[in-house]
Design a protein around this ligand. Sequence first.
Ligand code: ADP
Length: 618
Amino acid sequence: MLLQPRDGHGRPAGQHGQPLLTAQVQSRHDASLSYSGLVRAVGEGRVRELQWSPGSKRVQATFEDGSRQIFAVFEENQSLLQAAEAADVPYDVVDSSQRTAATGLLGNLLMVLLILFGLSFVLRRSARVANRAMGFGRSQPRLRDQGEVTVRLEDVAGINEAKEALQEVVTFLKEPERFTAVGARIPKGVLLVGPPGTGKTLLAKAIAGEAGVPFFSMSASEFVEMFVGVGASRVRDLFRKAKAKAPCIVFIDEIDAVGRQRGAGIGGGNDEREQTLNQLLTEMDGFDENAGVILLAATNRADVLDLALLRPGRFDRQIAVELPDRRGREAILSVHARSRPISPEVSLAQWAKRTPGFSGADLANLLNEAAILTARRQDSAIDDSHLDDALERVTMGLRAAPLQDSAKKRLIGYHEVGHALLTTLLEHADELDKVTLLPRSGGVGGFARMTPNEEVLDSGLVTRAWLRDRMVVAMGGRAAELVVFGPQEITQGASSDIRMVTGIAREMVARYGLSELGPLALERDGGEVFLGRDLLLQRPAYSERTCQAIDAQVQSLAKQSLAQACDLLAARRPLLDALTDELIEAETIEGARFRAVVAAFDQANSGDSKAVAATAPV
Ligand code: ADP
C-alpha cells in the first residue's frame, strides 16, 4: 500500500484531486466550480469560451478573466451544450481521437521495433555459433609479416652446423633465380630434429627474418580437432594462406603430433590424425617446388615419423639441432648477455663449463633468473653470485627454509657427503661442484652436485668403468647411512639413487652387453611404445630363463656397487665424520675445498685414494 503524505488537516495532500491548472483557478475564483456551477456560469455569461474533447470526456472552460479550468463531463452533456448555445458562448470540439491514434501507432511501432531487436539479437548469436562451426576448418597460424620478424641468424648461437645447412634456404628465398637458372630444386620441406629448447623455432624465425619473408607458425597439435576432417581442412587452409604470401616460411612445431607412422592406432587407421597427415602429404606434393613456400618442421622424435613424410619432395632434408657443446654454450650465453648488464668479472666461458647438458633455452632461462635476482637485490649488474643462485634455482628448484640442527640434518649430511666423497675418490666419476645442506622446495634436503664429464657428454660414449663408478657414487648416500647408522636406521631417502642404479644396471645387461651374460641386445631401444603396433609386436626376445638371468645380473651389479661404496666409506670413517661436521656447520662446501680436505686426509694417512678406488673390485 502506498502511503500518501497528509496536509495539516489530516487530509491526504493530493485530496483535491485537481490538476495544477485547477489549483491556479482556485486562486482566482474563491472556490473551484462544479459541473453545475459551470453550466450556471455559462448561462450567466461568465465563460468566454469552451473547448470540448469528447474522447477524453473533458471540457476546458476559459473564463472572462482569462483563467481556465478543466471539467470532467458526461458523454452526453446536453445541458452544457444547450447552455452554451443559449448564451452564445463559442465552443469548440477538439478531436482527441487523432492524438490517441497517434499514440497507439507509436506504441505499436515501439513494440515492433522491440520484437525486431530481440529477433536480430537471437539471430546474431546463432549466426556466431554457426560461424564458429564453419570456421573450424580454418587454420589459425600465427603470422609475422616481413619486417615483423626481428630475429636474425646472429641471434642463434651454438648450433652452427644447422645454421650453415639452412643458409641456402635463406639464399633461395632472397635470390631464387640463382637456383632456378641452373635447374636446382630447393627442398620443399626441412625437418629440424633435436631436443626441446635447442633453438629450432628460433632458427626458423631467424631464417624468415634474414630472408625478409613472412613467417607462419603453428603447432601440429593445433590441426587436430575432435571432428574428423577438420585437421585436413586446416592444413589446406594453411597452405592456401601461405601460397598467397609466397615467398614465405611455414613453421610447424611438434610435427610428430600428426606425422606419426600411420596404421599404428588401435581403433582402426582412418582417424583424424591420419587424415590430417594425408592432407599434409598431398599439399606438399601439390605445391610447386619453386613456389617460394618453404616448410620447416620441428620434432624431437624423427624416428616415429611416417616414412612417407621423409621421402624426397617432402621433408627430404633433415637437420640435427643438438645440445650445444661448451663453445656453443658460451656463444649462447654471450647472445643473451648482450641485452643485460653483466659485471666484468663474470667469465661466460667459465659458466659455459659449469653448464654441460644445458640447452639454449636453459641458458636463456639461467641468465633471466640471474637478472631477476639482480633486480630483487637492487644490484646494478649480474655477477657470479647471482648466476650461482640462479643455477641452483633452475637445477634444484626454489630454496626452502633451512634445516634446523637435528638428527635429520645430520643424516642428510652423511648421505650427501657419502655421494660427494665417492665422486672425489673414484677415478672415472664426475668432478664435485658443491655439496650443500640448504634444502630446496620439493622435499630435497640437500644435494651433491657434480659437473658432468664434458668428454663423455659430447662424445656420447660411455665406458664400463664410467658406468660402474656412476653406480657406486649413486649408492654413496645409502652406503654412508649404512656405515654410520647401521642397517636398521637407513632411510628411503636413497630411493631415487636406487632407481638410477637399477636403470644403469639394466641397460648394461640388456642393451649394452656389458655383463656376464655377454654381448646380447635383449631389449629394444628405450622410448614409448607405439600404441597398437608395438604392443602387439613387442614380445621379449628371450626365454624365461634369460629373463631370470637378467634380473640376477642387475641385482648383482647393484649389490656390488653398494658394497664397494660401503667399503670405501668405512675405510675413511674419520674423514666422513669430519666432512659431515664441516657441512653441518657451513651448510655448503665447494668442490675445491672438499677435494683439499680429502687430499689432506689421504696425505696424513699416506694412502692414495684413487689407487684404492681403482683396485676395488666391482
Ligand atoms: P625449440 O623450438 O628447439 O624447442 P626454441 O627455439 O623455442 O626451442 O628456444 C626457446 C628459447 O631459448 C629461444 O627463444 C631462445 O631465447 C633460447 N635459445 C634456444 N636455443 C638458442 C640458441 N641456439 N641460441 C640462442 N638462444 C637460444
